[in-house]
Ligand binder design. Sequence first.
Ligand SMILES: Cc1cc2nc3c(=O)[nH]c(=O)nc-3n(C[C@H](O)[C@H](O)[C@H](O)COP(=O)(O)OP(=O)(O)OC[C@H]3O[C@@H](n4cnc5c(N)ncnc54)[C@H](O)[C@@H]3O)c2cc1C
Ligand code: SF4
Length: 496
Amino acid sequence: MADPKGFLTTPREEWPRRPVGERVRDWNEVYVPGALLPIVGPQADRCMDCGVPFCHQACPLGNLIPEWNDLVAREDWRAAAERLHATNNFPEFTGRLCPAPCEAGCVLAINQPAVTIKNVECAIADRAWEEGFAPPAPPERLSGRTVAVIGSGPAGLAAAQQLTRAGHTVAVYERDDRIGGLMRYGIPEFKMEKRHLERRVEQMRAEGTKFRTSTTVGRDVDAAELRTRYDAVVLATGATAWRELAVPGRELAGIHQAMEYLPLANRVCEGDLESSPLSAAGRHVVIVGGGDTGADCLGTAVREGAASVTQLDIYARPGPERDEDAEPWPTYPKVYRLSAAHEEAGALRTAPAADADARLFAASTLRFSGDGEGRVGALHLVEVDSGRRAVPGTERVLPADLVLLALGFSGPDREDGLVARLGVALSPRGTLARDAGFATNVPGVFAAGDAARGQSLIVWAIAEGRAVAAAVDRYLTGAAGRLPAPITPDDRPMTV
Ligand SMILES: Cc1cc2nc3c(=O)[nH]c(=O)nc-3n(C[C@H](O)[C@H](O)[C@H](O)COP(=O)(O)OP(=O)(O)OC[C@H]3O[C@@H](n4cnc5c(N)ncnc54)[C@H](O)[C@@H]3O)c2cc1C
Ligand code: SF4
């Protein structure tokens, strides 16, 4: 703690976003470039070094937050980068994309705005790349053992990097043509520019990790044969089986799943397509689903030039403050949040200021009606109470000629035959079942990330990747504790 009174004298200040009118005209990240570094030192100095840092507990990676806050306040960026990378393989991803449960658990947040931990993390990560503090770390010697990692999302990448650095020969198989999982084709460029992903993949290549893209294990490569070729297999295939909306009219043209829509917009940014075949340009867009995936559709539709955009959330509008009884500090509370995409959609609305939120809360879709030519023309909804019962007299009709369904994911995709061919058992929830050591019922086959945990967050996926790597390393070498395991398969976010 460079300044013991920092939290008393310095107010919280976040990395500013670019003006809405400017940022919706491009796909670049929403933040003002270069505006974080000048403010981050005094912000890191707001950390009280409180003795029992609940931020550690709240971060699934166990990031050493007070340590690197102190190092940033003292401008020792090299040491800060070393301490950050000690627990997090990809801090530039979490520094941009994590919802920061650590900040909800910050001791300062009991009666003041929390330390801007996520911003500090991002600044350290970016500075590390600029200054060359994140060079490739190839192993000194090879173990002679081989591992296939299936899936290149954050869980697969973290597992692969840990195992490669431990000396094992690792190949990552990915069914898409590019590496990154949902960070590549789900999360839009304006939340994280893909150059951050490219840089890490290059670092991993230089360390010795092999990547096999456009290869679906179970279809292009026989899964059982793969198991015999490698000493161990890690399944990190994500939870991409999307939930459906079974209401009348679902079959009409113009109704798509979010993950049919978002990858096309990402492909435009990658330069693969000139424009998206599902572009929202000139359309009245309704997004069904109030979560992050829905917000990503919102920001994308705004940038594509939608005529109007509305997001439906089945839950009631949360309050501005945490409910101290139901969700006391240090848990992550459900409060009203305005993401960058909500801010953009709201600012561009012509509705009166009181209605400047593009979201409708407590809204349930009843049916879709067509435009007479087989295409969706309107969405019929009703307000619901907390028990999801329709409130009489609240039916409404919204014009809708593009509807995007963002209702979450039920578990791993099973169409590729991977799970069946390997004989991996499923949990009652439909996710990959595993024991306390991340091992499935098939000897030498391990499971990590959303595929096993269920739909979650990048920070959890990285933690899963690191923990499964520790388990695989132990399986291959017989030695425990060579690699860190930040979580167990049963760990969950803090609740009361
Ligand atoms: C639109 C969207 C936005 C999100 N935004 C955020 C956010 O802002 N912050 C956050 O923390 N979390 C966010 N999430 C959640 C986060 O992206 C996931 O929790 C995380 O990516 C899970 O990582 P994973 O490695 O387990 O799986 P994934 O990222 O899903 O990666 C799995 C990979 O496995 C590949 N694969 C599957 N089967 C096979 C096979 N048979 N052969 C070869 N490859 C295969 C898939 O193609 C995929 O690339 C978002 C999710 C979505 C859908
Ligand atoms: S990874 Fe997420 S929870 Fe952990 S320190 Fe970073 S922002 Fe906080």
